[in-house]
Design a binder for this molecule. Structure first.
Ligand SMILES: Nc1ncnc2c1ncn2[C@@H]1O[C@H](COP(=O)(O)OP(=O)(O)OP(=O)(O)O)[C@@H](O)[C@H]1O
Ligand SMILES: [Mg+2]
Length: 331
């Protein structure tokens, strides 16, 4: 007679000791300890790394017609991070909401000369550019509320799609040697109207921030189609060079899945660095600051520095700094 299988009775004492012993022997065995150690390693690498000025000015349009994905946040924090790395950086705020101007601490109430005057009245860009309040080597051409009418006012104007480009070319030509602007970021509104077209015509590179949430890629194919049209008809030099994953939540499978999906679609463009969801990042603008100065020790500031280093194709000063920069953050 075959006896019935006996239930396996676990020895609780043995299990407890099995679960706790690795952490007791090695404090690095807990996820929190590993996270802290990983962040300390990333911080050392990012602080040791240095960036070199690009050979020529790089002009980026920061675009995604989806609202609230982190265009403005990424614009101002990357700009500040690059300035802190020694670059001369100009932010052009082409969104009537004026959020980039706010975050850089630049006045932009009605009556302040801004991008509206440049686009509609051909005022030189140099006349509207102001220094950012908290970071050196960083300037901003602000957006005032008048810009809300510019979409319509631009329609009858001559060369309506190239007005920003003309103004920017003139401005950049005046800034040479040590004063040369190394990076320009144009912060777009969440739409594909004439303001965004002006931005696309002015740039060589498009930076697309993508929020690691459901429907992350929604609208991106329409954006890519529009970029193709701009390339064919108005600006043959335009290319999508950089995709930045924003508001990443390491605790959720969803963020990791979305990040993976975006990387599959754009294997060469997505930066290794992920921007985490962080309260410090979202608080900074209400103080007229970027997170780079508002809380330089935060993970948000560290991540934007790492992303900025990736964008400058960093040459590391320490033996292992280059290898480590941007690592340890994959979802
Ligand atoms: N990494 C982050 N962690 C937490 N909050 C963030 C992060 N990035 C952006 N936010 C917040 O999300 C909101 C939208 O961000 P942001 O304004 O940068 O998006 P946007 O794409 O420029 O929006 P719009 O389309 O309206 O111009 C803001 O309240 C911002 O503070
Ligand atoms: Mg914005």
């Amino acid at each position: 007679m075959v006896s019935a299988p006996q239930p396996v009775v676990e020895n609780k004492d043995t299990n407890v000791s099995r679960e706790t012993s690795p952490a007791a022997k090695d404090p690095m065995a807990t996820p929190l300890a590993r996270q802290v150690a990983d962040e300390a390693r990333r911080r050392r690498a990012a602080e040791a790394a240095t960036a070199h000025r690009p050979e020529a000015t790089r002009v980026f349009t920061v675009a995604n017609q989806k609202g609230g994905v982190g265009k403005t946040t990424s614009t101002v924090n990357l700009a500040a991070a690059l300035s802190l790395l020694g670059m001369n950086v100009l932010v052009i705020d082409i969104d009537p909401q004026g959020n980039a101007s706010t975050a850089l601490g630049v006045p932009h109430h009605s009556g302040v000369p801004g991008i509206y005057d440049v686009l509609i009245d051909s005022v030189p860009l140099a006349d509207v550019v102001q220094p950012a309040s908290t970071v050196e080597r960083l300037w901003c051409a602000p957006a005032t509320i008048d810009l809300a009418g510019a979409e319509i006012e631009l329609v009858p104007l001559v060369a309506r799609e190239a007005r920003l480009r003309k103004a920017l070319e003139k401005f950049l030509a005046q800034r040479t040697g040590d004063d040369r602007i190394d990076f320009v970021f144009i912060d777009c509104p969440p739409s594909l109207g004439l303001l965004t077209v002006n931005a696309f015509v002015s740039a060589q590179e498009v930076l697309i921030p993508i929020q690691t949430e459901y429907y992350a890629l929604e609208g991106v194919s329409q954006l890519m189609n529009n970029i193709t049209l701009i390339r064919e008809h108005l600006n043959p030099d335009l290319r999508v060079s950089t995709i930045l994953l924003t508001m990443y939540d390491a605790r959720t499978r969803l963020s990791a899945q979305v990040a993976e999906e975006v990387r599959q679609h754009f294997p060469n463009e997505v930066l290794k660095t992920l921007i985490p969801r962080s309260v410090r990042i979202s608080e900074a603008p209400s103080f007229g600051e970027t997170v780079m100065t508002y809380d330089p020790a935060s993970t948000g500031a560290l991540s934007y520095r790492e992303a900025a280093l990736e964008m400058t194709a960093v040459k590391a000063s320490g033996p292992s700094a280059g290898e480590e920069t941007g690592e340890g953050q994959h979802g």
